[in-house]
Design a protein. Sequence first.
Length: 253
Amino acid sequence: MNTIKSLIIDDEINNCQNLQNILARYCPEVDVAGMAHNATEGLELILREQPELVFLDIQMPGGSGFDLLESIKVPDFDVIFVTAYNQYAIKAIRKSAIDYLLKPVNILELREAVSRVVSKKELQNSHNNQVQNYLENKKRPKSQGKIALPSSERLVFVQVEDIVRCQGENNYTNLFLKDGQSILVSKTIKEYEELLSDDGFLRVHQSHLINSKHVKSFEKRDGGYLKMTDGSTVSISRQRKDFVLSQLRRHDN
């Protein structure tokens, strides 16, 4: 069996050893080649070992896991963040479709995250576009950030501002872009509501999430609906109408 050369970087020695033991028992495809306990040691270890996968803590003394990644010109390894908290950071990680595990590590979630790395390796996609996208998003103005959309065949990176609306279909979401494309993703609309709420997106209906920047007009007839810049129309639920209109006025100012 081909193994995945991996590193564990976490400031707490017990966490490193515990994760190594869990990986040895439940993820035999992962070969832990070394451990480091701060960002400086972690960088040296990465440069020396050239891993395929890094289990990386976010909060560490002397530099965060993000600081470590930013010090590497082009990260060509996969990352699974392991963290105890920091909700804002997690939202940014999720936008780039990077895996993360909350401490204490859940074995099932760990196996699923490792499985995704294995699948990616089998496709011979060694360049980690998710990590690169995350690092580039940090440098861009917020309005110019990209989001990673995992479709059935590939990972698509699109400008958040190019998304006109999202339509939920059970456990799937169809995202409609301003150029007329649509991308079907196996995530719920609630997940995209959480990810995009800080980018001017509004949940206007149980099945509809819209980008307020792409609202062309509000039409009062037929119970009230929105005309979007791509020519589509979106119904507003009666319960959400007052809130949605107040938010649209606020975004318009």
